[in-house]
Write a protein that binds this ligand. Structure first.
Ligand code: G4P
Length: 532
């Protein structure tokens, strides 16, 4: 094996590339910060910054760009822990929730599903989980905020099993109900309890004391007894960690804690190192796989345009999938066969852009001035490779677009087509509105804001966006589209074309979509990814 190949394989083996999936306010920023604190954030200064003046992870890039007039990138945090390099990719939530949030999951090997102890599974978590399941991304569960009153632990396990058909296999278990956390039991070490001394956020790591079972029983009484009984019950029920089940998406190892006080965070971090898979061979579009020690190949999973007209650069976020990436190397864009120079490659930690000279499988690189690159693009060196195209995710927001100035129809068409091609928004052509008034479809409304900004700024064509009342889309192919044409769409439904191959029927709610599907089985409608 050549030195380069050996190096790529060795470095890949010690990488863990993951994301946190959660509903807003479950504690993603707090957990990210706690993870960074426990591990060693490689690029510490200014790497995390955030909400309400405290440290946290910046994901509201648009706000910040507006405020600062510069490009903000907070795509990934990199930590070192126990000899591994951990890449934590941001999944923008809140107002930033968009198709990019889903696309990030195409670039990770594992996800941490963060569950609020009081709220259980919530809407955004469900959507993101659907994408993980579809893409075969294994999921580790962290039940957060156990320091606050919440649900019963067994009841939460039951909810995960019932709603996601995913078997929870607790690795840690709480002593004391939510709001009265006495400690944690690592079920692999049942003769002991871990007791924590709370640490204030950001201050230091929570001190951890390992107490023997007899002492825990004497000091914690009923809480210890309940915890041990529950652990026995789970064990008897076969709810024990199963690495194969986890990697194939049938089970999820579960951890409990309180990110705010750094409780349970070290055990979670250890799980990322011990259980999460390292980067592996990746499927290619034409069949076969690209092993990590093959020559360089990378996948562009997100392209972010700077909203400031004075700095109209574009950053393409690329995950290195195989080989060694070296800044300055000339790579080939698979879609066009044209060379792409990587002189301006950056690592994208926190808000800093620092030049990235070298990156290995699992690492994320930001390519600046990447106007030629599109979401889903493959870049490669030496041996050609093309990864499968990025899937189309289920849109939930729809708006019809028109040029504000009717005299600029040409610029309008060109701009909308380009934004569609870049994956900024999905551009649908409705059978009644026609091409003059395309229907824009998005996962989050922020995508429309981006369209409005860029149409006005880059294409000198301000647009009028009129929201439509549809809430979901179901897809079929051209043949199913023919059947749809013959069917009778009722008020509140619409028939649109995404491209030559995909026809989308739009509905105002799930109920109407389901009843339409039952009435027209020949249309063979199916949910897109992350659909309801
Ligand atoms: P997000 O990124 O998922 O939206 O959540 P974020 O970390 O901002 O946390 C949301 C709220 O939940 C914050 O409170 C945060 O302090 C709190 N929180 C997170 N983890 C824990 C935990 O383990 N225990 C408890 N008790 N609270 C937790 P906030 O009042 O909205 O914000 P802040 O004023 O504390 O910044």
């Amino acid at each position: 094996m050549s030195a380069g190949r050996e190096c790529a394989a060795g470095e890949a083996a010690r990488r863990r590339t993951f994301a946190v999936i959660s509903h807003p306010d479950a504690g993603k920023s707090t957990l990210t910060e706690a993870l960074a604190l426990h591990a060693r954030a490689i690029n510490e200064a200014g790497a995390v910054h955030g909400k309400a003046g405290r440290r946290g992870v910046a994901s509201d890039w648009m706000e910040m760009e507006k405020a600062r007039g510069i490009s903000v990138t907070s795509a990934v945090l990199q930590f070192a822990h126990r000899g591994c390099i951990l890449n934590l990719l941001d999944t923008p939530g809140h107002a930033d929730f968009s198709e990019d949030t889903y696309r990030v999951l195409a670039a990770v090997d594992c996800a941490i599903m963060l569950v609020d102890a009081a709220k259980g599974l919530e809407e955004q978590t469900r959507k993101l989980f659907d994408v993980c399941r579809h893409r075969g991304v294994p999921v580790i569960t962290f039940v957060n905020k156990w320091d606050r009153p919440g649900r019963d632990a067994l009841e939460l396990m039951d909810e995960i099993q019932r709603e996601f058909s995913l078997r929870p296999t607790p690795v840690t278990w709480p002593v004391g109900p939510a709001g009265y956390l006495r400690g944690l039991v690592d079920v692999r070490d049942p003769g002991h309890m871990l007791r924590f001394t709370r640490a204030l956020r950001g201050a230091h790591e929570a001190a951890e004391e390992r107490i023997r079972a007899d002492r825990a029983a004497a000091e914690e009484g009923g809480d210890w007894d309940v915890a041990t009984e529950e652990i026995e019950l789970l064990e008897a029920d076969g709810a024990v960690h199963d690495q194969k089940g986890f990697l194939t998406g049938t089970t999820t190892p579960v951890f409990f804690g309180a990110a705010l006080s750094n409780i349970g965070v070290r055990l979670l971090l250890d799980a990322v190192v011990d259980l999460a898979p390292p980067p592996g061979a990746r499927e290619l579009a034409g069949g076969g796989t690209r092993p990590v020690d093959a020559p360089f190949a990378g996948l562009v999973f997100k392209v972010q345009a700077n909203m400031d007209p004075a700095h109209r650069d574009r950053i393409a976020f690329m995950r290195v999938c195989s080989g060694v990436f070296e800044r300055g190397m000339t790579v080939t864009r698979a879609a066009s066969g044209k060379p792409f120079a990587t002189k301006y490659a950056h690592s994208v930690f926190g808000q800093d852009r620092s030049m990235a000279d070298i990156a290995y499988p699992g690492d994320i690189i930001g390519l600046v001035n990447a106007a030629a690159l599109r979401v889903g693009d493959t870049l490669y060196a030496e041996r050609p490779a093309a990864f499968p195209p990025m899937p189309t995710f289920s849109p939930e927001h729809f708006a019809v677009a028109r040029p504000a100035d009717i005299g600029r129809t040409k610029q309008f068409r060109r701009g909308i087509a380009q934004l569609g091609e870049e994956g900024v928004v999905q551009v649908l052509v409705s059978d009644v509105r026609g091409e003059q008034a395309p229907v824009l479809a998005a996962v989050g409304p922020m995508q429309f804001e981006v369209v409005a900004h860029r149409m006005a700024g880059e294409f000198a064509c301000p647009v009028l966006l009129e929201p439509l009342a549809y809430r979901l889309a179901r897809a079929t192919d051209a043949a199913g589209g023919e059947a749809l044409n013959r069917s009778r769409l009722v008020r509140g439904e619409a028939l649109t074309r995404l491209n030559d191959k995909t026809v989308l029927a739009l509905f105002p709610d799930v109920w109407q979509a389901n009843s339409f599907e039952r009435a027209h089985p020949d249309a063979r409608l199916a949910p897109l990814i992350a659909a309801h």
